[in-house]
Ligand binder design. Structure first.
Ligand code: ADP
Ligand code: MG
Length: 344
């Protein structure tokens, strides 16, 4: 045992994963890609098998005072399926592990699984196992997903090339604002329990936080259009952080345009007028949108240009790790990735 003690918060989540990953050597030829992408890639014979796992801990990732437990079940599946989509693959099975404190009733577990089953039906995924144990500190849900992709369709974080076009799906920042609204209403309720939360106006934002949907539809659309992205990642930690991952893994830089980042009108107005925060900051650093970020060669742009939910936001260049945001005023500023740091 060494005498020194270093704090995890100094390394951060990504620093810690890097440190773990450096000491791991893959021994089996069937382990095609280990740590460092949205899912591990295994040689499954004709296809690649994809595996990813995500753990949600009460008090860190969710707050049951405003999260209906069915929604939590649905979301726990969505976040896993999203990582398989980010490899251009299709999820097929999940295993679900639970740690439960005695605060939880059988009915609560039923409701959690109502959500898990609804998601399985939506994504056409089979629940094939798991593990159950007790916990002294609330609820922990860990889901592992297994998926598949044809070998020639696999997409890594590492394939972006200079001059590729950067695309994002849907709109960004809404899930983060949904969380801010839920937190605000919780505070109001705590100080005045007679007050009913008024969430109707914010239904879209709150829905984006509580009812995450993985963009499996986009994987289908890309295939139909005959496009294989050169790189892809799902947006779980905010656009900026995901761009940094693509930049680092592909050894390239990115240039994106503020006025091209898709932000929904309600997101924009709620951020700017009510929370007095920059809507673009919500999109860049908010997270939990579970949209897809990918790059395509310029020659494929024509095939996607009429897709209503795919937006081009910039391009890739060869100056590794030089990431620039062109503001609405036309100024070039260095992109910063804050992301989420649970050890912060
Ligand atoms: P995502 O946000 O897509 O779920 P993460 O940032 O959680 O991805 O993980 C990035 C990579 O690091 C993945 O390949 C994941 O499998 C790996 N990873 C994360 N935590 C650990 C860990 N404790 N041990 C080994 N690998 C890990
Ligand atoms: Mg991911």
């Amino acid at each position: 045992m060494s005498e020194t003690r270093s704090e995890i918060s100094q390394l951060g989540e990504f620093g810690l994963i890097d440190r773990i990953s450096k000491k791991i050597n893959l021994q089996n030829p069937s382990s095609i890609k280990g740590i460092g992408d949205d899912a591990a890639v295994l040689d499954g014979g004709e296809d690649y098998t994809l595996i990813s796992t995500d753990l949600l801990a009460e008090g860190i990732h969710f707050d049951l005072s405003y999260t209906p437990i069915q929604h939590l079940g649905y979301k726990a599946v969505s976040v896993n399926v999203s990582d398989i989509a980010a490899m251009n693959g299709k999820a097929e099975q999940i295993v679900v592990s639970l740690a439960l404190s005695n605060r939880f009733s059988v009915e609560a577990v039923d409701a959690l699984y109502d959500g898990i089953r609804a998601a399985c039906e939506h994504y056409k995924v089979d629940l094939v196992g798991g593990d159950t144990t007790s916990s002294r500190s609330g609820l922990v849900i860990s889901i592992t997903v297994i998926g598949k992709v044809r070998k020639e369709r696999i997409v890594y974080r590492s394939g972006a090339k200079p001059n590729d076009i950067i695309c994002v799906t849907g709109d960004l920042g809404a899930a983060y604002l949904g969380l801010q609204i839920l937190e605000r209403e919780k505070e109001v309720f705590k100080s005045n329990p007679g007050m009913q939360p008024s969430l109707d106006k914010y239904e879209y934002l709150v829905g984006r936080q509580l009812k995450s949907i993985a963009r499996t539809d986009i994987i289908f659309d890309l295939e139909e259009a005959g496009v294989r992205p050169t790189s892809m990642i799902d947006i779980s930690d905010g656009l900026a952080s995901e761009l940094f991952h693509i930049g680092k893994n592909s050894n390239v830089g990115v240039r994106i345009y503020e006025d091209k980042i898709p932000v929904d009108e309600l997101t924009y107005n709620t951020a700017a007028l009510e929370f007095k925060i920059d809507p673009v900051t919500c999109a860049l650093n908010g997270g939990e949108d579970y949209e897809l970020l990918f790059t395509i060669p310029q020659t494929d742009l024509e095939k996607l240009k009429n897709h209503p939910d795919i937006h081009t936001i910039g391009y890739v260049h060869d100056k590794a790790n030089e990431h620039t945001l062109i503001t609405k005023q036309g100024n070039a500023v260095a992109l910063k990735a804050q992301g989420w740091n649970h050890f912060g």
